[in-house]
Every structure is written in C-alpha cells, then in structure tokens.
Design a protein around this ligand. Structure first.
Ligand code: 5AD
Ligand code: SF4
Length: 438
C-alpha cells in the first residue's frame, strides 16, 4: 500500500450497470492498494477517471470535450485516466487526440488499474484477458443493493452492437466466487443482490476452470436464493433466446426473485431480427412474454427497442409497434439506430435517413407513453413490497417494488433499507405514490 493515504479520486461513470460495477471495482482497488478516497469535486482530485460507454455514438463524441473541461479545472499534477468501453474501442487514439490523458484501460482489463496508474502512457485494451477469477475488494455505492458480476464479455454477435468488440468473449465467473461475494455483501448489510452479465441466462456456457460443468443460470439463481440473508434477487440482462421453460419456472416460483424481467426486443420484425442476428422470432418473443404474464401475477416486463435499423421498412416498424401493443411493456428504453465501428450493420448499404428514425422513435414513444399511463392507472389499490432506498427532500421516501415500480410514501430515514408493504393510492406515470400498510 502507498504511504500517501490522502489521495483523492474523482470518477465519472457512463453506461450500463456493468459499467457501474466496473467503477465500484476500480474504486475498491484504488482504495485498498493505493490509499485513494472518493471525492465528488474534480478540482481537488489527484486522479480523474472517466469510465465510458460506446454503445451509441453520443457519449463517445462527448468524451473529448469532457477531457478538455477536466483539463481546465484539474490540479496541475492530477492525472486523467480513461476506462471502459470507449477506452476499449479507441485505445491509443485517445492518447494521440488528448495528450493530457495518462492512461487508457479497456473494459476487459479493470483489475490492471493500479498497473495503469504507475506506467507512463499505459494502454491496455486487449479483449482476451481473463478476469473471471479475479477477486476484487469490497466497495458498493448502495448499502442495500449489491451488484455481483456473474460473467464477463458477450458471446453473441448482434450486428448492431459494439460490446463483443469492447468486452470480448463470454466467460462465466465460477459459482464459488459468486457465492462468496454474495455472502460478503449480505454480511455487509445488502438485502438485494443484483446479478450482472451481458447475457445472464447464458450462464455456464464457458468457465476458465474446465472442471466446472453442468450449471446454468436457473441453477445459479437457486443457489444464490439459498444464502441466508439474501432477501431479493434481481438480474440483468437476460436474452429472450435463452428464456426456456426451466428459467421461466424458476423465475416464477422462487419467492426471492423479484418479479421484474428485462426482455430486450430490439425489433418486432422477423426480417430485421434476422439481420440483427438475434436468434429468435417475433412469435417466440410474444409467446415467452405472454407465458411470463400467465405464470407471474403483476410481472413487470421492460424492454430495449432499436428503430431504423438498416433496411427497416414501414411494415417492419409496424411489427415492432404490434409487439409493443401485445406485450404492453411496463418500461421501454428506445433508441434510434446508431452505426458503430467494428459492427456488421455499420457496413450495410440500406441505412435509414436520420429524420425517418426520429419520426419512428417519436411514434413508438408516444404509443408507449399511452400504454404506461394505462398501466399506471391500473396500479391503484395494488399492494406491493417495497425496499426503501432514498430520502426525498419533501418528507417522502422512495424505493422499488419487487416488480420494479418506483414507489414513494411519506416516511423518515427509519424506513431506509427496510422492506415494507405499500398500497398504491395515487399512481402517476413515473412514480406510484402510496401508503404504508401498518
Ligand atoms: N444503436 C442503437 N442502440 C443500440 N443498442 C445497442 N447498440 C446500439 C446501436 N448500435 C441498444 C440496444 C441495447 C441497449 C443497451 O442499447 O437496445 O439493448
Ligand atoms: Fe455497457 Fe455496452 Fe455501454 Fe459497454 S458499451 S458500458 S457494455 S452499455
């Protein structure tokens, strides 16, 4: 450990839950091995890290203006490091364009953060490195909710997606490492375990220990649920292709598993799904979602949708609207297709004009806003279990129901970290307001 115990770290995290967890790992390494402490004031930091995302183009563009802005305010000898998916995809180019940057560390190389810090102009963005058995120190942003990685990388080759290029092939983390981490989190007060991976329900596809065999995601869910102290389990992201009956049945029957499922649709058109290489059809997707609704009362289904993928016709887009109408997702994240480097679809010749994409995005979002309003209205009178996590300034306290609705009730800090029953009395689009059940 370094002698200087007062060094300050400022870290900015963009992107998915995986990136949030990578930042927590980076913070743990720098605390334990280098004596850093977190600060939320970049001006006083000795090290400024940007943990980036490259799934769409916007954050990548923003990176260089952000580096410029940090340069203006940082202490003279403070270092700037770039981590995460944009670090992976731009690599050396970042140092060329922004000479003030001290190191570039890819999303598959998080455990090398201390090495990066001590080597001049360090760049490592390799995607073959196997971090699946590296045990990171303990740092968690939330005292009640613990992110736990169950795999690294992604084995799929969706033609729009840069992630396999930034995070490499999929390797599952051995179950004993996951179980130990869950136990440690629970001992430190976590109530909810959030299992993370690019394709969680493909778990067990490959381990770096060849002798670990015959364990899939459903088995892992059961193992985690048997750990004393685990009250709730969530996970993201599952892939619709791997939503077999075994998985849906474990999801439905295990009382510790929160009744909220992310089902990234991407498109409702069979032709576009084929071009995207998603591996499932519109019919399979609808059938799985409706089966889920049949098995689990009040299940919350969220989705990701991309509009204006190359070649998407009006008819293809209508198929997407049709699935949204049939499944009636409780939550939808929707994006206009953004061509990404190293992806197959970026080279497709039938790209869709930007204004067509914007119009489709609006149509889709308007449709979904109506659906959300109807769904919210129907929540009146329902009773949900809520884990309270955040005090609001106006005497309210906020948390998530087990089926992932944002709920607020009047209450004090005594409720923080507690799970309590709430009846919804005043549902709004973004928040369901309710009352505690005594
Ligand atoms: N363009 C637009 N959206 C994308 N996503 C992934 N790649 C792209 C892209 N090239 C979306 C997908 C994914 C979510 C995390 O981001 O919907 O599920
Ligand atoms: Fe997460 Fe993908 Fe963004 Fe990387 S590119 S941070 S994996 S969403």
């Amino acid at each position: 450990m370094s002698n200087n115990q007062n060094k300050k770290l400022y870290i900015e995290t963009i992107g998915c839950a995986m990136n949030v967890r990578d930042s927590e790992h980076i913070i743990a390494e720098l605390k334990d091995k280098e004596g850093y402490h977190l600060t939320d004031d970049a001006k006083t930091a000795d090290l400024i890290l940007i943990n980036t995302c490259s799934v769409r183009e916007k954050p990548v563009h923003k990176l260089f203006s952000e580096i410029g802005a940090f340069n203006k305010i940082k202490k003279e000898d403070a270092k700037i490091g770039i981590c995460g998916c944009t670090a992976s995809h731009l690599g050396e180019e970042i140092l060329k364009k922004a000479p003030s940057v001290s190191f570039v560390l890819g999303a598959r190389n998080v455990s090398k953060i201390t090495k990066a810090l001590h080597e001049d102009k360090f760049v490592d963005v390799g995607i073959d490195y196997d971090e699946s058995k590296y045990v990171f120190g303990e740092f968690r942003s939330s005292p009640y909710k613990a992110f736990v990685n169950i795999s690294i990388g992604c084995d799929k080759s969706c033609t729009y997606c840069i992630v396999p290029h930034t995070r490499g092939n999929e390797v599952s983390i051995p179950p004993y490492i996951i179980i130990n981490e869950v136990k440690r989190a629970v001992e430190n007060g976590a109530k909810e375990i959030f299992l993370l991976g690019q394709n969680v329900n493909n778990y067990g596809i490959r381990f770096s220990d060849k002798d670990i065999k015959n364990i899939d995601f459903s088995d892992l869910l059961e193992m985690v649920s048997e750990i004393d102290g685990v009250e709730r389990i969530r996970f993201t992201s599952p892939h619709p292709l791997h939503m077999d009956d075994k998985f849906l049945n474990v999801f439905a029957s295990n009382p510790k598993i929160c009744k909220s499922m992310h089902m990234p649709l991407q498109s409702g058109s069979n032709e576009i799904l084929k071009q995207m290489k998603r591996g499932y059809s519109k019919e399979w997707f609808i059938q799985r979602a409706l089966k889920l609704r049949e098995l689990v009362k009040d299940v919350h289904i969220s989705t990701d949708v991309i509009v204006a993928f190359p070649g998407e016709s009006e008819k293809d887009f209508e198929d997407t609207l049709d699935v949204v109408n049939k499944v009636r997702f409780e939550q939808m994240f929707s994006f206009k297709y953004s061509p990404r480097p190293f992806t197959k679809a970026a080279a497709f010749l039938n790209q869709i004009p930007g204004e067509v994409g914007s119009a489709r995005l609006k149509t889709l979002q308007d449709l979904h806003t109506n659906i959300i309003d109807e769904i919210s209205y129907l929540q009146k009178g329902k009773r949900y279990q809520v884990l309270f996590e955040e005090l609001k300034p106006d005497g309210m306290i906020a948390g998530r129901s087990d089926n992932n609705f944002m709920v607020q009730v009047a209450g004090s800090e005594q409720l923080l970290g507690k799970i309590a029953d709430v009846v919804i009395t005043n549902p709004k689009r973004m928040v369901l307001y309710g009352e505690l059940v005594e």
